[in-house]
Design a protein around this ligand. Structure first.
Ligand code: SF4
Ligand code: SF4
Length: 326
């Protein structure tokens, strides 16, 4: 009776996980701190799960950054991954990056590329290079039409121009200055195999613009935010959720990003991942849910908060901020 009650309360994703581990999904380490420095962005993409835009006022304050710095030092994490919105638009961005690097913490910035061409950002690429920041940049296709359809008119031209400038500094060329590009599908389907698509990107971007990059990361569109609304408008919501569910791949579970990282929202709230942040589902199951109460022992083995959106991470080859998982 007790186990039946427990069974009924499980969501579909937890049921799949229970087939692999009765204990449910738990984190195993905190190798990565992923930080949302704010929801302001110079773009307003159709697929944005965070619904970032130029109008969003939410911004991480320095006092939260200071606390994160302490927490990251305590855990000896491998990477501090800065995202947003456009993280570069946070007024304390450079101060924070400098402070993290001073502590010898490796920093990665998720850039939308076009922000590097905004007024006042002219010297930002050099700043990033001088601090040996790793870059991950969105470019959801090598074709202009597809990029502009998802991310807005003019974004393709500006993005390729930004990559050209980064290449000139050594990004995507020198081993110490990685520039990884991110692909996500232009509709309700799974990404193609990462390695084959990387070859296509390399050839097409090389021939068209003479630009280069380090690796391509393929990411599945999560059924959240603007992408979910778009699915609803096209009456594709149920079909897409069904596709994600049916494509569950148990081999992706070990590498799920929530098992190896913690996500910190602009106001210091702790989440298992950026997608739970978008859904406003903080860390739970008794673990502390704010950076002010950061406790590495409790958080590194916390039980993960899951939902139907989690099938987006386990479908097909899997998906994470670092690309495919299997
Ligand atoms: S997807 Fe990225 S670049 Fe586009 S609006 Fe969202 S945060 Fe900005
Ligand atoms: S959506 Fe987040 S919590 Fe769910 S499986 Fe993916 S990374 Fe883990």
């Amino acid at each position: 009776m007790g186990s039946e009650t427990k069974e009924r309360k499980m969501n579909d994703f937890e049921k799949e996980i229970a087939e692999i581990s009765q204990a449910g999904l738990h984190s195993s380490t905190i190798d990565i701190f992923q930080l949302s420095l704010g929801l302001r962005c110079n773009q307003q993409c159709k697929h944005c799960h965070l619904e970032a835009s130029p109008q969003r006022p939410e911004m991480m304050e320095w006092s939260i950054m200071e606390r994160i710095l302490e927490a990251a030092k305590t855990t000896h994490c491998q990477l501090v991954d800065l995202t947003g919105g456009a993280p570069e638009l946070n007024p304390d961005f450079r101060r924070f990056v400098s402070a993290l690097r001073k502590e010898d913490l490796q920093v990665q910035v998720r850039t939308n590329l076009t922000v590097l061409l905004e007024p006042g950002m002219e010297d930002l690429p050099e700043f990033l290079k001088n601090h040996q920041i790793h870059l991950v940049a969105s470019l959801p296709c090598y074709l202009e039409e597809n990029v502009c359809a998802q991310r807005g008119q003019g974004v393709y031209e500006k993005s390729t121009e930004a990559i050209r400038r980064l290449n000139q500094l050594g990004y995507g060329v020198e081993k110490e200055l990685p520039l990884n590009l991110v692909y996500n599908p232009g509709g309700p389907f799974l990404p193609p195999p990462q390695t084959a698509l990387e070859g296509d990107y390399r050839r097409e971007l090389g021939q068209r613009f003479g630009i280069t990059f380090t690796h391509l990361l393929t990411i599945t569109n999560m059924p959240l935010g603007r992408f979910r609304r778009e699915l609803g408008l096209q009456k594709q919501e149920e079909n897409y959720l069904q596709l994600l569910r049916q494509s569950f791949n148990p081999l992706t579970v070990e590498g799920l990003m929530c098992r190896h990282q913690i996500s910190v929202g602009w106001d210091g709230t702790l989440y298992d991942c950026d997608f739970n942040l978008a859904l406003k589902l903080p860390v739970n199951h008794g673990a502390p849910d704010h950076i002010q109460r950061f406790n590495p022992a409790e958080l590194s083995t916390r039980r993960i908060v899951t939902g139907e959106h989690c099938f987006g991470c386990t479908a097909g080859s899997g998906s994470s901020c670092g690309g495919a998982l299997a």
